[in-house]
Design a protein around this ligand. Structure first.
Ligand SMILES: Nc1ncnc2c1ncn2[C@@H]1O[C@H](COP(=O)(O)OP(=O)(O)OP(=O)(O)O)[C@@H](O)[C@H]1O
Length: 253
């Protein structure tokens, strides 16, 4: 099963240093890791650096991969819609990326399977340009999944989805990771989703990792206060699951 580890990783845009000294333990395939932190902390930049789309020092170390650097797929936060293509064509194009244009029956069946799993098969022959924001986000997830990555970096994949689809997609990703051994890193702003679906969590603030480990040990009232500047409690709900209750924002000084 694939695993990923970051050693002294940094990222720069030109001369601007955005991330520095990012070290992680081994991030194992088979489960979801949340990457959380305030706006502009560096979450997207970290994903771009891991995917080789941003420059910087340090080592992104992949072990036990069948495909090397090709194993990594980055699903960006904002996906431009090529209005000329249908949903099906765009997903097929993504599946064929870097592997020639001959299409096998199995590949078409895989596209059908992914569209059905995300419950968007009814959109297959609609133009991308005529979709809603949430529909486009589901298509982006389909485009990433048909590439069968070993490491999938999902940048706020549920930000445009309604409540039903948020929990459907995250539950589906959790089952898929467990079945396939894929390592999934998900940038999230909804920390209750991190608590519910992600075994591990990495907290980025100001371009550095300020906490990491099993989610329930990382998402605490103290972290919410120091990193997010909110007064909050993590309490068990009536079903025994931990949930965050935010009481107030904190203004320092
Ligand atoms: N192409 C770029 N050139 C220069 N600076 C950039 C570029 N992209 C991002 N930045 C800067 O890098 C910092 C980190 O941005 P990044 O997008 O990684 O944050 P983020 O944690 O994903 O934020 P958000 O939660 O708001 O999406 C920010 O200060 C941002 O302005």
């Amino acid at each position: 099963m694939v695993s990923l580890a970051l050693k002294d990783v940094g990222a720069t845009y030109g001369r601007r240093v955005v991330l520095s000294d990012i070290n992680t333990g081994t991030l194992k395939g088979g489960h979801l890791t949340a990457v959380i932190g305030p706006n502009a902390a560096g979450k997207s930049t970290l994903f771009k650096r891991i995917a080789g789309l941003a420059a910087g020092p340090g080592l992104v170390h992949l072990s036990d991969t069948a495909n090397g650097a090709e194993a990594i797929c980055y699903m960006p936060q904002d996906t431009g819609a090529n209005a000329v293509l249908t949903v099906y064509e765009s997903v097929l194009l993504s599946a064929k990326q870097g592997s020639g244009w001959k299409v096998k029956d199995g590949e078409l069946a895989e596209i059908d399977r992914v569209l059905a799993a995300l419950k968007i098969n009814d959109l297959a022959f609609r133009g991308l340009g005529e979709l809603s924001g949430g529909q486009r986000q589901l298509v982006s997830i389909a485009q990433a999944l048909v590439r069968k990555p070993e490491v999938l970096l999902m940048d706020e994949p549920t930000s445009a989805l309604d409540l039903f689809r948020q929990i459907e997609v995250l539950g589906f990703m959790k089952r898929l990771a467990a079945q396939s051994g894929m390592a999934v890193l998900i940038a999230l702003h909804d920390l209750n989703h991190a608590l519910r679906y992600c075994e591990d969590t990495i907290v980025i603030s100001g371009g550095s990792v300020v906490a990491s480990g099993p989610t329930h040990t990382v998402v605490t009232a103290d972290m919410l206060k120091s990193v997010y500047r909110v007064e909050a409690r993590v309490e068990a709900c009536s079903r025994g699951r931990p949930v965050i209750i935010v009481d107030d924002s904190i203004t320092f000084g």
